[in-house]
Design a protein around this ligand. Structure first.
Ligand code: NI
Length: 226
């Protein structure tokens, strides 16, 4: 499932974070690429342990903890400390798949990447090109979101970033290890959760609400690692 999560960060948060990010020193993005993806990658990044990366990363992690949509869709067990990239002057990232296992040199965390996330810090009007193109189970999807919005997609997907031909594309990217590693099961739980919320909003005392909530939790109990 590919899911767009609007307004993860407010416009004020985006503006404050951009001041920190734009004042930082950017390095060759191949620093964090695996052998295969280093050949396709052409962008700049902040070093993982850069103070601006960690400060803005913490803002993102706090916002995710407060996002019911993110929590329901990702069922997160571990979230990688957010990284940051910048594309301009024709830079792009060719088709690749993200590494299955990531190790954070900052926190020492080692995790499996079930979901990939991209959070946009530049609005679509600020640059040309730069679409994130994801080959999902339902076909090819192109994503270019307002600043503050985020896209979640299965880390198993092949994906690429189209060349940025003018302006600059500034994003955060990171991975999530989910309590439910299988994308199909995770999607089913998300759909069930959304449906239950609708029933409850419509009729708070609906007699199906409690048994359906029971089914949700009992499926989660069967499928979750914690
Ligand atoms: Ni990638």
């Amino acid at each position: 499932m590919l899911l767009q999560i609007p307004h993860v960060l407010s416009q004020e948060q985006v503006a404050e974070c951009r001041l920190l990010l734009e004042a930082a020193e950017w390095i060759d993005g191949r620093a964090t690429a695996g052998y295969q993806s280093a050949r396709a990658k052409n962008n700049t990044q902040l070093a993982e342990d850069h103070p601006a990366a960690r400060k803005v990363g913490d803002v993102i992690l706090q916002a995710l903890e407060a996002s019911p949509l993110f929590l329901s869709a990702a069922l997160p067990l571990k979230v990688f400390p957010p990284l940051f990239n910048r594309y301009s002057g024709g830079q792009s990232f060719g088709t690749h798949v993200d590494n299955a296992i990531r190790h954070s040199s900052v926190t020492g965390m080692r995790m499996r990447t079930d979901l990939s996330a991209t959070l946009f810090f530049a609005g679509p009007e600020e640059y040309a090109g730069g679409e994130l193109v994801v080959e999902d189970t339902y076909g090819v999807q192109q994503v270019k979101l307002p600043a503050g919005d985020m896209v979640l997609y299965p880390a198993t997907s092949l994906h690429h970033v189209r060349p940025v031909t003018s302006g600059a594309r500034l994003c955060s990217f990171f991975w999530i290890q989910s309590m439910v590693r299988d994308d199909g099961r995770r999607t089913l739980l998300f759909d069930l959760d959304v449906a239950i919320q609708r029933v409850v909003q419509d009729a708070a005392d609906h007699p199906a609400a409690v048994p359906l909530t029971g089914v949700y939790h009992n499926l989660l109990r069967q499928w979750a690692d914690s």
